[in-house]
Design a protein around this ligand. Sequence first.
Ligand code: ADP
Ligand code: MG
Length: 726
Amino acid sequence: MSELDSDIQFLKGVGPKRASLLKEELQIHTFGDLIRLYPFRYMDRSSIIPISSVSDTSAYIQLRAKVVSIEFHAKKGSVMDLSSVPEKEIRFNTIGRMSVMVSDTTGMMELVFFKGIKWAFSKLKIGTEYLFFGKASSFNGRYNMVHPEIDPVPAQTGPAQTSGITMPGLTMSGIYPSTERLKNSGITAKTMNRMMEAALNASLPDVAESLPEYLLKSKGLVPLRYALRNIHFPKDLQALEKARYRLKFEELFYLQLSLLKQKYIRSRNEHGIVMPKVGEAFNACYQALPYSLTGAQKRVITEIRNDMKSGRQMNRLLQGDVGSGKTMVAVLSALIATGNGYQACIMAPTEVLAQQHFRNISRYLEPTDVKVSLLTGSTKVGERREIHAGLEDGSIGIIVGTHALIEDNVVFRNLGLAIVDEQHRFGVEQRAKLWRKSSCGLAPHILVMTATPIPRTLAMTLYGDLDVSVIDELPPGRKPVKTMHATEGKRYALNKFMRDEIAKGRQVFVVYPLIFESEKMDYSNLEKGYEQIVHDFPFPPYKTAIVHGKQSNEDKNFNMSAFVAGRADILVATSVIEVGVDVPNASVMVIESAERFGLSQLHQLRGRVGRGSEKSYCILMTDYKLSKESRKRIELMCATENGFELAEEDMKMRGPGDLEGTQQSGLPITLNIASLAKDGLLLSDARECASAILEKDPTLSLPENAILQRELRKEKYRIRDYSKIS
Ligand code: ADP
Ligand code: MG
């Protein structure tokens, strides 16, 4: 048996108790699991920081200092004088906190212990010098260190020095992910280092190379054993860099290989409806357009057209910032389907959006003889029956609607293309139903449109087996939305500004956050906000509508339609307002408690204005006090209108798992060392590399690719199948 598979409890210094902790807390079961747990940071144990220069609470630091005094604080709060009490008489269970003052030649610092007091106390002697290792925290304007590790000063080092020090014999060591439970049971950073050393010594000889020789050569990657040794115990910075690069590449490469292989299998198995021509209606509509398409729109339509005539089933994600003109792309794609004798459906997440699509699309279709209908939950029975008949006999070419489209009693004659707008609002099952709507035995082509910009690197992974099209260009002549940050003190000025805009005939959105965990409070804020607005903008002459999730559908539609039709001046709403609603006359977007929104969400909301010819404004109202992160978000919003840029920043700040619009999916596999936010270039490289290999050897059956087969079979590379979700 390979040592890699040995149970972790048999590792030197572990044992059954620690083993069960490692299993529960870090999912480490074997030696092999342990050596694949990578440090997330390194401590340069060779350097020591003078106390006076401690200024950072984020990095681990090491002090070399002498213990000056030790003080115990009882759990009840009083200071206990134990100076004359022998150690074995100290009742440690009554002590809540131990405060240790230490000094070097530059200053003093307090070390604080709430736990493990007895153990720490036994290691410390007043007047003796130690190495203290940990993170500084800032308390009442001063720095202290909570629960530092304590080490004796190694013998070979000379007398205390305090600046620019390197200590021979100490090197860089890894800091590993840890948890409260691990720390409490004495698995410190140092224990981890020791365990890692033991695991590497025992199992490294059994580690088999996981990438083919030809890849190591062509990509200049170091061998796996070297990489594993140096990721844990770097010989020097250069070795660390090489190790890290190799391990990241490996991770991203297998992720992409696995995704692309799936895509390949699917495209081989699922034949698509062949739609060879564009048809007359397409040309008629195209020629009658009141504007010329942007370059990006043209490119995307060509991509879609090529898919639809290829004989493969199209599965394409269309990303385009708000206002980038996705509707037009949808219409022209639908016309390709009808031009080839098939039907198309366009599904929107809400009634209001479906109506809006229907109105716009009807207009675009005027120069053609294609019949378009609208089917939603509120379509009257008689009309519904007619529509059902029209879909079944094929007289309706394009149907626009909501979930009503996928009800079981809706039967198409020959659905050839399904377009889903604002994809993240659709559940998995609903989409699967759409899949089954085809009646010619072949799945319809699928186009999913989203206005949530997802960074390319993430899209490649999240939708790894979908093709992604991006409209990265806004139609010409768009006026930028002026974005401003304000606090409560500016409320009066804001109200005046709103009145001025309304006097010019414009409309105003006021949006409140609605976060699940604080729903009750958020609703009460919304109600208070609404009352305040009605008070500040009384009727007559002002009309204010309100939309939120607790209203009945009827109330919601009534209020929303009133605003869309211009019968209300102000719309007060929660963040759940329809993301795609187009009210060109609205020129002001006020976002309350803007610090509570994520960047993507703020950007989506801002996209509701600036759609008309008027100058538009977005006002971000926040509390006076803002966290560093919130301030950064607000500043970014004021600085740029580019959705992709914001999405990239959002991902950097929050990590990909939290991105708006991707909640339901997470990532198909867990990345241990690479980061989608930071390793975009490497990811593209890995993807190209994987793609080239599959092109030559789609089944990976060439002898030199045997390693790839073997690795792909490992559990860690098994990806969840998202192809049927989006
Ligand atoms: P979204 O991508 O947000 O769905 P829409 O399709 O609603 O965007 O388009 C936003 C607005 O831009 C619409 O009023 C539409 O008529 C207009 N539009 C779309 N394409 C162009 C273009 N190429 N040139 C000028 N205006 C365009
Ligand atoms: Mg849209």
